[in-house]
Design a protein around this ligand. Structure first.
Ligand SMILES: Nc1ncnc2c1ncn2[C@@H]1O[C@H](COP(=O)(O)OP(=O)(O)OP(=O)(O)O)[C@@H](O)[C@H]1O
Ligand SMILES: [Mg+2]
Length: 226
C-alpha cells in the first residue's frame, strides 16, 4: 500500500544570537492511510517544529515531505493546495478565532478553498454535529465554550476540507483526563473510520495505547519507541 505521508531526512535549525538550535535532526518516517502515529517527547525535543514542517507552516533547511508519493513543495500551487486542503491541524490551545461562532470557525477554511456559502453551511453543520456540537453551541462564540467543546470544534475545523492528514499537537494538553480520552477517541476514529492518517505529538504516555506506530523524539532526533 502506498504511504500517505513520507517524511525524509528533515532538518531544521533555528539561528539566534544566543546560538543555533538544531530543533529537528534527520527525521524520517512514513505513515499509511488509516494509521495513528504517536510521537512522544519531552518539552523542547522538537515536536511542534516537526509538526509545523510537516504541515508546511515552517520550511525545512533540508529534507522532503511527500504526500501520496508527491513532494508537497513541487510547485507553489501544489503547496497552497496542500496547506488548505490536504492537511488539518489540531492544537493544544485550540487556536479558534474567539470572536467567531463555532460554525464560522469551521466554515472559514472552506471559504478559503472556494466552497459556496450553502455548501459551507451544510458541511460545517454536519461536521459539528458529528463532533457532538449541537445547534445552540454551533451558534456560540468560541470563547464561551469549555475546553472539550473547543477541541471538538477545532477537530471539525481540521476536517473542513476533508484532508488526508490530521496533525495534532498536544491535543489533550489542556483537557482533564476524561475529556482528553474523548478527544483521543475521536482522533482514532478519524483514522479507523475515515481512513485519515493521524499524527499526534505529545508528552502524554497514555496516548501510546492507541498508536499503530510509536516514536520517541529526543533532542530533535526520532527513534522507534518500545
Ligand atoms: N521560532 C523559533 N525560533 C527559535 N527557536 C525555536 C523556534 N521554535 C522552536 N525553537 C526551539 O527549538 C527547540 C524545539 O522546540 P519545539 O517547540 O519544537 O519543542 P516541543 O517538543 O514542541 O516542546 P513542548 O513540549 O514544550 O511544546 C526548542 O529548543 C525551542 O526553543
Ligand atoms: Mg510543542
Amino acid at each position: 500500500m502506498q504511504n500517505i505521508l513520507d517524511v525524509i531526512e528533515l532538518n531544521k535549525t533555528f539561528k539566534g544570537k544566543a546560538g543555533d538550535v538544531e530543533a529537528v535532526k534527520g527525521v524520517s518516517f512514513a505513515a499509511a492511510k488509516g494509521e495513528v502515529t504517536v510521537i512522544l517527547g519531552p518539552s523542547g525535543s522538537g515536536k511542534t517544529t516537526l509538526l509545523y514542517l510537516i504541515g508546511s507552516l515552517e520550511s525545512p533547511d533540508s529534507g522532503e515531505i511527500r504526500v501520496c508519493g508527491e513532494d508537497i513543495s513541487g510547485t507553489s500551487t501544489a503547496l497552497i493546495k496542500y496547506r488548505r486542503e490536504r492537511v488539518g491541524f489540531v492544537f493544544q490551545f485550540f487556536n479558534l478565532v474567539t470572536a467567531l461562532t463555532a460554525l464560522e470557525n469551521v466554515t472559514l477554511p472552506m471559504d478559503l478553498a472556494g466552497l459556496s456559502a450553502s455548501e459551507q453551511h451544510k458541511r460545517g453543520v454536519g461536521l459539528l454535529e458529528r463532533m457532538g456540537i449541537d445547534t445552540r453551541l454551533q451558534r456560540s462564540r468560541a470563547n464561551k465554550m469549555s475546553g472539550g467543546e473547543k477541541q471538538r470544534v477545532a477537530i471539525a475545523r481540521a476536517l473542513a476540507n476533508d484532508p488526508e492528514i490530521i496533525l495534532a499537537d498536544e491535543p489533550t494538553g489542556n483537557l482533564d483526563v476524561a475529556t482528553g480520552k474523548i478527544v483521543v477517541d475521536i482522533l482514532v476514529g478519524l483514522a479507523r473510520e475515515d481512513g485519515k492518517s493521524v499524527l499526534i505529538v505529545t508528552h502524554d504516555e497514555s496516548i501510546l495505547d492507541v498508536a499503530d506506530h510509536a516514536y520517541k523524539m529526543i533532542d530533535g532526533k526520532l527513534t522507534a519507541s518500545g
